[in-house]
Design a protein around this ligand. Structure first.
Ligand code: UDX
Length: 444
């Protein structure tokens, strides 16, 4: 098929490359000339393992191209996929200005029947509104499709080429059939439904996963008080097929470009129809508080006196294998430490530049390796579970720290890793490993 993908962010770029990979002719469009220039030079504006190589193969094969010329791309294509950003507004609602603009530009460019599919995450009813907008600007026929995206950063290619399911929201059977044909090479698990349900599936899926994370984080907090190990609790729960093992890793809470944005948007969507989504409100609140788990531990260790201490931070990205720092817990944790008069040293294998672009360069000592970061620090906080950190020699680490205090916000290290070391070690929801301040367990 001839496909245009509009927007070369995570979703658009990965989707475009993968549609080409399965044999389609794909044009990726972006209004940012610098991005198009980079892409045409074989560079990739985001860090995503394997993406650069897959894009190069498909460009060389003539199946993939990049342009800023939306109108020409639309005219050459039968299927137009919109994948522009819908970032949150200050009140939590999705900002639909970019998608509206793109819809208008598509309408002006149309030269015949098109299928117009929306991959961007949009509130229920948006596809219908966009269809009206397009209809008001063109006499050409088109079919609207809601095509929600479930890829995860860091494993985006694998998720796109081997998805758990594809969801297609359509009003017209023949357009739905075309989209099923397009996605058949990826999976047999294709859910075809109406447009509003498809839009809701995306929000409900992300809200449910966020709920699992906040749930296990609260269980972890209770585990710390009652002397249970949350990793064992999660393992024991996860074997139950009705629960499943994934998204039960306790830590310092979720971040990223999707969960925080989509949970807030769903609370707003519910609010617009006079429904208070109490459960999801709590999920967001728990997540917000969980970021301070690390700070609370530092305060316990230093008896509330953080001022003047040097704290090393490992990991700035919201999760490993990405340079994305949007809503990363590290932003808030580091800001809080700096505000408390702590001297912060920080390092991330990939996300240093993107973090500095958002946080600013001042107030933090930026380091170029894990051990350099830890040098002479009073405590080390691990905030992102990069493999690089798990493989650090703990005895060397202990020697470079001023005090061997390690707060593992992602439960990276195991008991056997710590044997033979003098670490005062804290993790999340594993009180048996929390060496240092031995609190007597309450009699239950
Ligand atoms: C998520 C959804 O998984 C994906 O389907 C959707 O399309 C976009 O949003 P992503 O934001 O890339 O993907 O990351 P994900 O792997 O889901 O992790 C999100 C956050 O949750 C990260 O901060 C991660 O550290 C945290 N997390 C995840 C946990 O704290 N515990 C877990 O068990 C899983």
């Amino acid at each position: 098929m001839n496909i245009t993908v509009i927007g070369t962010g995570y979703v658009g770029l990965v989707s475009g490359v993968c549609y080409a990979e399965i044999g389609n002719q794909v044009i990726c469009v972006d209004k940012d000339p610098r991005k198009i220039e980079m892409l045409n030079a074989g560079e990739i504006p985001i860090y995503e393992p394997g993406l650069k190589e897959l894009a190069a193969v498909n460009r060389t094969a003539g199946k993939l191209s990049f342009t800023g010329d939306l109108a020409s791309a639309v005219r050459q294509s039968d299927v137009i996929i919109i994948a522009v950003g819908t970032p949150p507004l200050p009140n939590g609602e999705a900002n639909l200005a970019f998608i509206d603009q793109v819809a208008l530009e598509i309408a002006e460019a149309m030269n015949g029947h098109k299928i117009i599919a929306v991959k961007s995450t949009v509130p229920v009813g948006t596809n219908e509104r966009l269809a009206q907008l397009i209809r008001s600007r063109t006499n050409h026929d088109f079919d609207s499709i809601s095509l929600p995206e479930f890829l995860r950063e860091g494993s985006a290619i694998e998720d796109t080429l081997h998805p758990d399911r594809i969801v297609i929201g359509a009003e017209c059977q023949s357009a739905a059939d075309t989209m099923v044909q397009l996605h058949k090479p990826l999976t047999e698990q294709i859910v075809v439904t109406d447009i509003r349900s498809a839009e809701m599936i995306k929000y409900a899926s992300n809200a449910f996963l966020a709920t699992k994370i906040s749930f296990i984080n609260e269980i972890a907090n209770i585990c710390e008080k009652v002397g249970a190990d949350v990793t064992k609790v999660a393992e024991g729960m996860g074997h139950d097929k009705r629960i499943g093992p994934s998204f039960l890793k306790a830590g310092i809470g979720y971040g990223g470009s999707c969960f925080p944005k989509d949970t807030s948007a769903l609370i707003q969507i519910a609010g617009h129809v006079d429904y208070e989504f109490k459960l999801l409100r709590s999920v967001v609140e728990v997540n917000q508080d969980q970021r301070f788990n690390v700070i609370r531990k530092l305060e316990t260790i230093f008896h509330g006196e953080l001022k003047g201490k040097t704290v090393a931070v490992w990991g700035l990205a919201f999760k490993p294998n990405t340079d994305d720092v949007r809503d990363s817990p590290a932003l808030e944790i580091i800001q809080h430490l700096v505000d408390q008069g702590v001297k912060v040293k920080a390092y991330d294998p990939i996300a240093m530049d993107s973090f500095q672009a958002l946080f600013g360069k001042d107030g933090v000592e930026w380091c170029s390796s894990a051990l350099e970061t830890a040098q002479d620090a009073d405590a080390l906080c691990l905030l992102t579970e990069w493999d690089e950190f798990a493989s650090v020699d703990l005895l060397r680490l202990q020697n470079v720290l001023k005090q061997p205090i390690l707060i593992d916000g992602r439960n990276v290290f195991k008991e056997e890793n710590l044997l033979g070391t003098d670490f005062i070690y804290y993790s999340v929801g594993r009180p048996n490993l929390n060496q240092g301040v031995k609190q007597p367990m309450p009699v239950l």
